[in-house]
Design a binder for this molecule. Structure first.
Ligand code: SF4
Length: 259
């Protein structure tokens, strides 16, 4: 497979060096966030409905050894998210699914313990047979596989097996550079447990909201001093918005995400 291709694609999208350096835009965004909250005075804020997580190479790796979260850590994140009202989790898988056994436990826990819908965003052009078998063990009514547009046809064979497909494409969104409020309804956790405003700014310290080992998700989402929107002007290339949970939900509902 395509593990090599998968890693290349991952590294192209998430280079180690942070490409985002727009502190003025961030300051502007923070002000907009506060203004937006002020306009909504007296109303409840956006409910947190989505969780977006980035699983490392090995979902069972002990914390600290490889820099990834353990499966138990991810289950704790799911538990905490469920108390916030999260009903959908999308998992970005950076490695071949068949090499990542812990992920299935995470998927089952989300569905069976918390009744969540689970999305798997696949980086690559195919799935190993054992991964397809594992997916078929999930509650398929609550499962969706997200794929890149160029591989959509290659994955069509999954549909007769009962596996729902959705293209993860966000290109129409990335052409528009408007302020994005979708992060207000979402928490986003990177491979090491760091929380970010959303996947677009994963790894960007200016949008780091804390770490799941140090803060409660509830406190982070209520903290209005933190950036819970992406301001106009932030570069949205490299398809980092692909598979964004609230964006994908709006696509399914046929809604626009513009505010
Ligand atoms: S659509 Fe893009 S900018 Fe908006 S929340 Fe999703 S990843 Fe972030």
């Amino acid at each position: 497979m395509s593990v090599v291709k998968t890693k290349k694609r991952w590294e192209a999208i998430y280079p180690k060096e942070n490409p985002f350096k727009l502190p003025q835009a961030i300051a502007k965004g923070l002000k907009e966030c506060v203004r937006s909250r002020e306009h909504e005075q007296g109303k409840a804020g956006e409910p947190v409905k989505y969780l977006w997580i980035y699983i490392g190479d090995d979902g069972s790796a002990p914390q600290g050894e490889t820099g990834t979260m353990s499966v138990e850590d991810w289950l704790n994140v799911l538990d905490e998210s469920a108390t916030l009202g999260v009903n959908t989790v999308i998992i970005e898988v950076r490695s071949d699914l068949s090499q990542n056994q812990g992920i299935w436990r995470i998927c089952h826990w989300a569905q069976e313990t918390h009744g969540m819908s689970v999305g798997l965003h696949i980086f690559g052009d195919r799935l190993a047979e054992d991964a397809v078998s594992e997916i078929r063990q999930l509650d398929l009514e609550k499962t969706r596989v997200y794929v890149d547009r160029e591989y959509e046809d290659a994955f069509r064979y999954l549909e007769p097996l009962g596996i729902r497909l959705q293209v993860a494409d966000s290109s129409d969104h990335t052409k528009q550079q408007h302020t994005c409020h979708l992060p207000e309804s979402m928490t986003c956790v990177g491979t090491e447990g760091a929380l970010y405003t959303c996947g677009l700014v994963l790894g960007n310290e200016n949008y780091r909201l804390g770490n799941v080992f140090e803060v409660r998700l509830d406190d982070v989402m209520k903290d209005e001093s933190l950036p819970h929107i992406i301001p106009e002007g932030i570069d949205r290339d490299k398809r980092r918005c692909d598979a964004c949970p609230p964006l994908m939900e709006e696509r399914l509902q046929g809604k626009s995400h513009c505010h």
